[in-house]
Ligand binder design. Structure first.
Ligand code: FE2
Ligand code: FE2
Length: 339
């Protein structure tokens, strides 16, 4: 969400009172930061004991803190952006999550030895479950109109800030990559035509399906997996040390989309929608093939050649996107099936 005066929660209550307290603090309705002891308990249960409810609370805490970065400049949360206590909390949440996310990962030798690193990352994508997830087969062949609508609602929050996410990759970018990134951003903004900005194309999809775009962009549907997927972008967007991870996240996003959107569009056509009603998705089937190649070959490869140690970051960023996407698709499919 963009230019909000107050942080919007996916949920406000939890049994610890942590979410409520954090929300009030970020919105400047209480001066006291959330209880540090409770945070310790939450982090332990979430990441040492692997408990789903606590994982959701801590991912959601990070999700709310990240919203500050796109809040209205005149809002109370904007005043908190560099509050040392907010930053300390953010860092603790991030460190615990990242450690858990990558605790099983061993960096393969090929990350450093492969001659064509971009092609290697494509192999990583192709061999990951996220690249051929059954969610999209279900949408293509079996989903009802109502089930497709659930997918569309759930897709809102990220699609609607995607311009900003791409814009973040431009700040402090390697000069030789700036043209390529700017082209991507130009596509996002509809090559300057307001009707065709990707944000507006997406809003059109919702409008054509008579889905009202709620103020909170349907984040109340978000569970732990969806929150983590969203956070994976913001982690790299606002933390310089994770910038290369963000580029990995971006590259995987673009290569994931075309084959999956093709299935989604087929499902929509099967249900009687016209191609023009899902233009956002048809557009991305073609454009994202180029975007994927651009990130891999004109951005990542250029940086990887110059700074060989960056390869590990690109690899981890790619994994971060693939892992969070897989969990998100798993849980969304389950939700859609029982609807
Ligand atoms: Fe786009
Ligand atoms: Fe794209």
């Amino acid at each position: 969400m963009f230019n909000i005066m107050e942080i919007k929660p996916a949920f406000a209550d939890d049994i610890y009172g942590f979410t409520d307290s954090l929300l009030a603090w970020l919105n400047d309705k209480q001066q006291k930061a959330p209880d540090g002891e409770i945070l310790k308990i939450l982090l332990n249960k979430a990441w040492e004991k692997n408990l789903a409810e606590e994982q959701k609370i801590v991912q959601h805490a990070l999700f709310m803190i990240y919203q500050i970065n796109l809040s209205h400049p005149l809002s109370a949360p904007a005043q908190r952006q560099y509050d040392p206590d907010v930053l300390a909390l953010k860092n603790r949440l991030e460190q615990a999550w990242i450690e858990h996310e990558f605790n099983h990962v061993e960096i393969p030798d090929e990350v450093f030895s492969s001659e064509h690193f971009g092609d290697y990352l494509k192999k990583v994508w192709k061999s990951h479950n996220a690249s051929h997830h059954s969610l999209f087969d279900f949408l293509e062949r079996q989903a009802t109109k109502q089930q497709v609508d659930i997918f569309l609602k759930s897709d809102s929050a990220l699609n609607l800030i995607f311009f900003d996410l791409v814009a973040w990759t431009l700040i402090g970018s390697q000069p030789e990559t700036r043209g390529t990134i700017s082209e991507n951003l130009w596509d996002e903004i509809g090559e300057g035509d307001n009707v065709f900005t990707h944000v507006n194309l997406y809003k059109e999809v919702l409008k054509k399906q008579k889905i009202e775009l709620k103020d909170n962009h349907y984040i109340d549907m978000y569970d732990s997996a969806a929150l983590a997927g969203h956070n994976a972008f913001m982690l790299g967007a606002i933390n310089r040390e994770h910038y290369y991870k963000l580029l990995g996240v971006m590259a995987m996003t673009e290569v994931l989309d075309p084959p999956q959107y093709e299935k989604l569009v087929n499902g929509c056509l099967r249900l009687g929608l016209s191609e023009s009603e899902v233009k956002y998705y048809t557009e991305h089937i073609t454009i994202d093939i180029r975007h994927g190649d651009d990130w891999l070959y004109k951005v990542i490869d250029v940086i990887a050649d110059k700074y060989p140690l960056s390869r590990q970051e690109f690899y981890l960023g790619s994994l971060l996107r693939l892992q969070t996407a897989e969990r998100y698709y798993d849980s969304l499919l389950e939700r859609i099936k029982i609807s």
